[in-house]
Design a protein around this ligand. Structure first.
Ligand SMILES: *[C@@H]1O[C@H](CO)[C@@H](O)[C@H](O)[C@H]1NC(C)=O
Ligand SMILES: *[C@@H]1O[C@H](CO)[C@@H](O)[C@H](O)[C@H]1NC(C)=O
Length: 295
């Protein structure tokens, strides 16, 4: 009897996955089919997990897990092309998330930068009305987002321009949008620090070659026409020149701390830093492990 139940549970477990997406496989070949979750955040009341999946839009899964279901996949009639990061205002309950581009997929993220793409958007999803609102559009690779402690403003990483933007949600400044901090590299996710301020993960320093390309947009588009996989080529360059880099910004956007791995080039393409109990938990786009750093 127990064997049978085990088998049933196993079958149930299988039916909550997508065909061909079990086990190990080459992620960059299957991610557009199997999905690639980039942003995660819990609803602290219900235990539901919201997921920003690069290919599937905004998803949700219950506290027991299982196959995530779609929440929203488009806004103003335009489908999301590269859903990226999210944060939740727990009270009154709103999900803020980014679509990095409606033209390029995550697999071609370097093209978003090289082409000077400006189709990125910041959205707000209201779970009560189930409506999605576009707060900002025409952004250049909007990436990580983080709400301030009291929800007065939201920070947004604009990866192409190596900067963090601030969008005011409350106070008389509501609706305004300004530069919060200029950075020495391409920012990925932003997380609030329990000591105040925000941790920003830096994908890579801004290499001289990209600086050149970004000052001449036509050069970027010419590179994109070359018969080579530009994202692969760039990762190759970054592998030899990139050190892991993370930055803590104050509530005013001043750089407070900067940690860089200059030793053995073991840390690279950092995607996220979460601080808890004097420990930093560090994720990466390319490293097959998570890092732990005592501060
Ligand atoms: C979180 O869950 C509570 C209780 O189910 C619900 O009232 C609230 O709207 C949810 N918030 C979000 C962002 O989904
Ligand atoms: C965004 O760009 C489109 C096309 O260039 C333009 O029509 C629209 O007004 C822009 N939106 C904002 C908010 O600037």
């Amino acid at each position: 009897m127990w064997k049978l139940i085990d088998l049933l549970v196993y079958k149930l477990a299988l039916s909550v996955s997508r065909d061909g997406c079990e086990g190990s496989h080459e992620h960059d070949k299957t991610e557009h089919i199997c999905g690639r979750p980039l942003g995660l955040c819990f609803n602290q009341t219900s235990g539901d997990l919201y997921i920003a999946d690069a290919y599937m839009g905004l998803l949700i899964v219950g506290p027991q897990g299982g196959l995530a279901t779609e929440v929203v996949t488009r806004a103003h009639g335009i489908p999301f092309g590269f859903t990226n990061a999210l944060d939740i205002d727990q009270e009154p309950g709103a999900v803020y998330f980014t679509d990095s581009s409606s033209q390029y997929q995550r697999r071609n993220y370097i093209s978003v930068i090289l082409s000077g793409d400006k189709t990125g958007r910041l959205m707000k999803y209201d779970p009560e009305s189930k409506q999605v609102q576009v707060l900002l559009e025409n952004l250049s690779f909007p990436n990580g987002v983080a709400l301030s402690k009291n929800g007065d403003f939201i920070l947004l990483a604009e990866t192409t321009h190596c900067r963090i933007m601030r969008h005011w949600l409350k106070t008389p400044k509501a609706g305004t949008f300004q530069v919060f901090a200029q950075l020495p590299g391409f920012p990925d996710n932003i997380k609030r620090s329990p000591r105040g301020g925000f941790w920003v993960a830096i994908h890579s320093r801004r290499l001289w070659i990209l600086k050149l390309v970004l000052s001449y947009p036509s050069l970027g588009n010419a590179l994109l026409k070359l018969p080579l996989d530009i994202t692969k080529a760039y990762s190759y360059v970054a592998k030899w020149t990139g050190n892991g880099l993370i930055i803590r910004l104050s509530e005013q956007g001043v750089i407070l701390e900067m940690l860089e791995d200059t030793s053995g080039n073991r840390w690279k393409s950092i995607s996220e830093v979460v601080e808890k109990d004097e420990t930093l938990w560090i994720g990466s786009v390319t490293m097959p492990f998570a890092g732990k750093y005592k501060i």
